[in-house]
Design a protein around this ligand. Structure first.
Ligand code: CA
Length: 216
């Protein structure tokens, strides 16, 4: 779980970001202007800032200059190369052009949190504990061996818990290449994960779509 500052003046997008980030377990503080963002960052520490460039009172670039030491993903309707260059020049960790897909946004958020060592190090549910840093899984205190793909699938499902992930998404994340037409591969690995870790009640099949990790 990370503490995330959302800086976005369009309320619908701000709400959408907050809803989805909280759904996968993050804590969010929202700001709708540059001033609010700077104030929020002075009040408390954040693991990540999602920062719109076109804010009503100042540009996101200015906010970034004033808010130090918070990993930042720029979020903007502008896709101009000059903006990207300027954002990365200021030390941005990533750059997402609106409109974006929620699944892609969540994946990028996790990638930055992992890269900046602010991702969660472990996760527990029932008898199951997963240590992400050590790539270890324990069920009722016993270590369970997973293949690299099984471990990656499990990590993606948990990082995106309560969100439905398509087979294609899981394939591209866990295998890193376009496995078009081979989505049965995912089904096979999901079955193994469920069986090995007794996750039958938590890894739900979403009809004609994919899978979702549910905590309850
Ligand atoms: Ca804006």
């Amino acid at each position: 779980m990370a503490n995330i500052l959302i800086v976005e003046d369009e309320r619908a997008i701000n709400d959408l970001l907050k809803l989805n980030l909280e759904m996968v377990g993050h804590r969010c503080v929202t700001a709708f202007s540059g001033r609010e963002a700077i104030h929020a960052a002075a009040e408390q520490g954040f693991d990540l800032m999602l920062l719109d460039i076109m804010l009503p009172d100042m540009e996101g670039f200015t906010v970034m200059e004033k808010v130090r030491d918070v990993p930042t993903i720029f979020l903007t309707a502008r896709g101009a190369t000059t903006d990207k260059v300027r954002g990365f020049g200021l030390g941005a960790d990533d750059y997402i052009v609106k409109p974006f897909e929620v699944a892609e946004l969540l994946a990028r958020v996790q990638a930055v949190l992992r890269r900046t060592h602010r991702a969660e190090e472990s996760y527990s549910i029932g008898d199951l504990t997963i240590r992400f840093d050590a790539h270890e899984v324990f069920l009722a205190g016993e270590r369970v061996d997973l293949t690299p793909q099984e471990f990656t699938l499990l990590r993606i499902l948990i990082e995106n818990r309560n969100v439905c992930l398509s087979r294609q998404k899981l394939l591209s994340e866990a295998w890193g290449i376009d496995f078009l037409g081979e989505s049965r591969t995912v089904d096979v690995h999901i079955q193994k994960l469920r069986r090995k870790l007794k996750l039958e009640d938590h890894i739900k099949t979403i009809y004609k779509t994919g899978y979702r990790f549910e905590e309850s």
